[in-house]
Design a protein around this ligand. Structure first.
Ligand code: SAM
Length: 198
């Protein structure tokens, strides 16, 4: 069980890249993303993806990251170019985590010193500056040893792999989709958003 903690999210500057961090977290097998700054638009975008493409993925924004660090009971991994190589660390991380879960911390701008200290592992995906999106993807792929590539999502929309073109199967009836959403207790804001993008 993997939770991603995104720190220093700035809704005005980082919306697109934090969206990509969240989508990557979901597709590569994490179950939750926590974002420090409240951002409802970001939450809507991710919940809409979960609505259409399935899975149990959860997003919560506006969390206190220090509290998350303090209270997380599993293994805390901070991704940073200054850390130890992922291939040296990943076996130890798996072993230390057992079934307690892993918290993966990714920054946006400069990450305060305290995260380096509060983490059990500071892990580098190369010691070069790269994007948090690629660092997260590679880390999760190594952690799950590639198994996440074959994950099946319980979905309303599913892509059928094809050599050329786009093949997607989806629930045919929009009203039906809206009802499912309401039954699940989604609020009207999300329902409107889904209607807009469908
Ligand atoms: N300059 C910032 C600093 O010194 O902390 C980092 C900015 S970087 C664009 C954003 C995030 O990407 C970092 O906080 C880190 O989580 C991740 N990141 C960047 N390069 C990385 C690498 N080589 N390995 C692991 N994570 C990396």
């Amino acid at each position: 069980n993997v939770t991603v903690l995104r720190i220093n999210h700035r809704p005005t500057r980082d919306k697109r890249i934090t969206t990509h961090v969240a989508l990557t977290a979901r597709a590569f097998g994490a179950s939750t993303i926590l974002v420090d700054q409240r951002d409802e638009e970001l939450e809507d975008t991710i919940r809409d993806t979960v609505y259409r493409f399935g899975g149990d993925f959860r997003i919560e924004s506006g969390v206190d990251p220090h509290r998350v660090m303090r209270e997380f009971s599993g293994v805390k991994v901070h991704l940073t170019m200054y850390g130890i190589p992922v291939d040296q660390a990943v076996g130890r991380i798996r072993e230390a985590a057992g079934d307690r879960g892993v918290l993966v911390v990714v920054g946006a701008s400069k990450v305060p010193r305290e995260y380096y200290e509060a983490s059990d592992f500071n892990v580098a995906v190369t010691n070069q500056p790269i994007s948090e999106v690629s660092a997260l993807a590679i880390f999760l792929d190594r952690l799950f040893e590639g198994r996440e590539m074959n994950a099946e999502f319980e979905a309303r929309m599913r892509v059928i792999p094809s050599e050329r073109g786009k093949r997607v199967v989806m629930l045919p009836d929009e009203a039906d989709c809206m009802n499912i959403l309401r039954d699940e207790g989604a609020d009207e804001r999300i329902i409107r958003h889904v209607r807009k993008v469908r």
